[in-house]
Design a binder for this molecule. Structure first.
Ligand code: PMP
Length: 360
């Protein structure tokens, strides 16, 4: 069977080249006579894999020396607790709620201190990013939290909030490595890798060194302290070794194709194809205000639930998979992460055009 166009929001499409390389190395990695899956995480070959992966990520994102890179587990969701447990020294944090994932993080943090919702776009089904240029940041806030790209709703912060000097924490799960970013603007930038980087099971945490301290909330488990993992260079316990190996390959792939400036251009081009179509279509329309549109997740609807379902069925039959919108919002969503080839987007738009001609 040939490969399909996979528009899944995550786990999601990975570069074919990376998958082929991994397949070639499955039985015998680099002359070791074993798969990376079978290898001790304390072995020399794995040490090289994790060291190179970190260095390649540092090169790609231009990560300054005073930031640590951690490869952790527990999904992006475990960070919803780790962040307050490690950062809430004053017991206060400000959250900007722009979707379900930000809301979950906001709700989880409430277990650990006083949590303020300083802005939200829930009034309009999270279809926009609120103006964050002059928010009522709490005087003693330990940090300000955002979800930078909202996977379900398809919005993206085009400008980071003005945190008035407070530490910015960002969930970049669905936009990490999609464009260059200035890491120095963040205290913590983290991402579950299963959308834009690798297989589920790895979380990348990029954290400013001074935020890694012993001074965490009482009762914080050893495994949930950033210091534990920073001190052990992500090898305190058995890390998600095979996942880190694949992430490393994706970093190398990104470097080879020109790094984050090149991938940003490619992503913009892909997103433009689909948004331009939506803007002139008589049948399909985007659900997000134009200025805040994500280049990674593109939600759209026909306005008729039956027609939406029919489109998803026909698209699936034609090899365009996972276009059904998130179960909480309905409609369609095309996730077009780094590894989605431009032909996938062009062909999807051709299919939408055809569907429109038949059903208008
Ligand atoms: N944050 C964002 C932005 C997401 O899209 C998701 C969904 N995958 C999560 C957090 C939760 O991730 P995980 O399933 O890895 O906990």
């Amino acid at each position: 069977m040939s490969r399909v166009y996979n528009f899944s929001a995550g786990p999601a499409v990975l570069p074919e080249e990376v998958l082929k390389e991994a397949a070639n190395e499955m039985l015998n990695y680099n002359g070791t006579g074993m798969s990376v899956m079978e290898m001790s995480h304390r072995s020399k070959p794995f040490e090289e894999i994790i060291t190179n992966a970190e260095q390649d990520l540092r090169d790609l994102m231009n990560i300054p020396d005073n930031y640590r890179v951690l490869f952790l587990q527990g999904g992006a969701s475990l960070q919803f607790s780790m962040i307050p447990m490690n950062l809430m020294k004053n017991g206060v944090a400000d959250y900007i709620v722009t979707g379900q994932w930000a809301k979950k993080a906001y709700q989880e943090a409430q277990k650990y201190g006083k949590v303020n919702k300083i802005a939200s776009s829930e009034d309009k089904t999270f279809s926009y990013i609120p103006d964050c240029s002059d928010l009522p940041i709490s005087e003693n806030a330990d940090y300000v939290y955002i979800c930078e790209n909202n996977t379900i709703y398809g919005t993206k912060f085009k400008n980071l909030p003005n945190t008035k000097g407070k530490i910015l924490v960002s969930d970049a799960s669905s936009c990490i490595l999609s464009e260059p970013v200035d890491v120095t603007k963040y205290g913590i930038l983290y991402a579950g890798v299963q959308k834009n980087v690798g297989p589920a099971g790895v979380v990348i945490v990029i954290i400013r060194e001074d935020l890694i301290t012993e001074d965490v909330l009482p009762g914080t488990p050893t495994m949930m302290r950033y210091k534990t993992h920073a001190d052990a260079k992500s090898l305190y316990n058995t890390p998600p070794a095979y996942g880190i190996y694949i992430c490393g390959k994706v970093f190398k792939w990104l470097k080879k194709i020109g790094g984050l400036t090149a991938i940003k251009e490619y992503n913009e081009k892909k997103a433009k194809i689909i948004y331009d179509f939506l803007d002139q279509s008589q049948l399909f329309k985007g659900t997000v205000v134009k200025e805040d549109r994500s280049f990674m997740n593109v939600p759209f609807i026909t306005g008729d639930a039956d027609l939406d379902a029919q489109f998803v069925t026909e698209a699936t039959a034609a090899g365009f998979m996972n276009l059904k919108g998130h179960r909480t919002v309905g409609g369609m969503r095309a996730s077009i992460y780094n590894a989605m080839p431009i032909e996938g987007v062009e062909k999807l738009v051709a299919l939408m055009r055809e569907f429109e001609a038949k059903n208008l």
